[in-house]
Design a protein around this ligand. Sequence first.
Ligand code: FAD
Length: 463
Amino acid sequence: MAQLGSAVLWHETLAPQPPAAPADGELTADVVIVGAGFTGLWAAYHLTQSDPTLDVVVLDAHDLAVGASGRNGGFAMTLLDFNLHRFARTWGDDAAAHAHRAVARSVHQIDRTVREEGIDAELEATGLLRVATNDAQLARLDRDHETAQRLGLDGFRRLDAHRTRELLDSPSYRGGLLEDACAIVNPAKLVVGLAAVLRTRGVRIHGGSPVLDLSEADGRVTATTPRARVHADTAILATNAWTHRFPAARGWSVPLYTYVVATEPLSPDQWEAIGWQGRQGVEDARNLVHYFRPTADGRVLWGGTDAVYRYGGPISPRRDRHEAIRRRLEREFVTTFPQLGRVRFTHHWGGPISITSRFVPRIGRFGGGRVHYAFGYSGHGVAPAHTAGRILRDLVLGRDTDDTAVCFVDRDQPAFPPEPLTWIGAELTLQLLRRDDRRMEAGGHVGDPDPLLLRLVDRLDRG
Ligand SMILES: Cc1cc2nc3c(=O)[nH]c(=O)nc-3n(C[C@H](O)[C@H](O)[C@H](O)COP(=O)(O)OP(=O)(O)OC[C@H]3O[C@@H](n4cnc5c(N)ncnc54)[C@H](O)[C@@H]3O)c2cc1C
């Protein structure tokens, strides 16, 4: 069983804990949840909140916080699709505003839950600062700001270069867009804290329990692991980047790797040199964004810049580092904040995210109706997984609610083609996105990201 790796900064902040024991033997439950990341845990949280008598079992292949939920940047943010403008263009203003509000509600609810349940997740509700380093990125911020205003969404403020640099000082910043609905958290502490709350509610959480088969028969679902069979009325598949491994969901998503580095704790002088007193989470407006944030112990976590798809979509601890991306991230950090002088980087890690062909989450149920699923957050799942948890609760309990009316619920999406087509498409797409990032930096005009692979899949589907 994979253990918590020392390279992930967040894992070092966890109190020592025994691994979650594997499931053993024949078990029964009302609901069996496959995957103990944010999707699975929030679904269990909302279900047991609504109906404390529900008997819920959660099975994970690994130990707690090993998956993306325990190793991400920790931005609980509202983003769906590449940006708000593209999301509204694709789904229409009303649907986009409705979905955005559902996720913004999650940002606030995560904050409230953490406080009410006494979870120490180092949560800081500081907002999201999107920065632009060139004209094309400024145009993107303008489009998103205009879209937010048109949709009647509160809490967005466009900032000029001066005000942006007052918030966080880099000579490359030309402007910003501040969004209130964002919090930064220590994601591993949130996973472990949430699991602890669930255990007090009687939820059984098992690690080292990879589900090899999920089958429906005679009005029941059975999840089979190497050592156990769990029989339940309903199941939830919450395996995000791993979802394509389940035969019924083959081609529904592809796993992509994203990577981060973390600095040593900065000195008080270094903090003063960059400002950042508001401690916002920050992203730029590239296609392949940089995302970065301060940590509770005074470091900067800095990630993004590129993403990697590998033939066939393998996921393994061997992929958790990427030396070329690590070097590039470190170089770009120094270029962005030259006033910091020498900074040592102490941590580097990465993990798999899940991309769907519409670049929005996919939430629904398989044919028989007893297995529900939610995945495909495109690297922005911390808050949307909470929203997905609410939606999964409503689907399991058979309720039609404001949440189940979100535009991408129960909506099929075109499938990715078999290899080598997906690999070729992904490689070409990433190269075009990188080229457009360079073009924008050189002063060229580039509109919204327009990933070739997603366009191809769409075309094949319609053809
Ligand atoms: C480096 C990195 C940085 C990121 N930064 C951010 C960020 O700042 N903000 C943001 O919103 N999002 C971010 N993300 C994305 C975010 O982490 C995910 O969208 C979110 O955690 C998805 O949660 P999940 O529960 O659906 O998936 P996961 O957390 O990946 O959980 C899926 C679980 O399923 C388990 N599993 C898989 N197969 C099986 C099986 N057969 N049987 C049993 N269990 C199985 C896995 O072990 C895993 O624990 C980042 C991701 C990475 C990798």
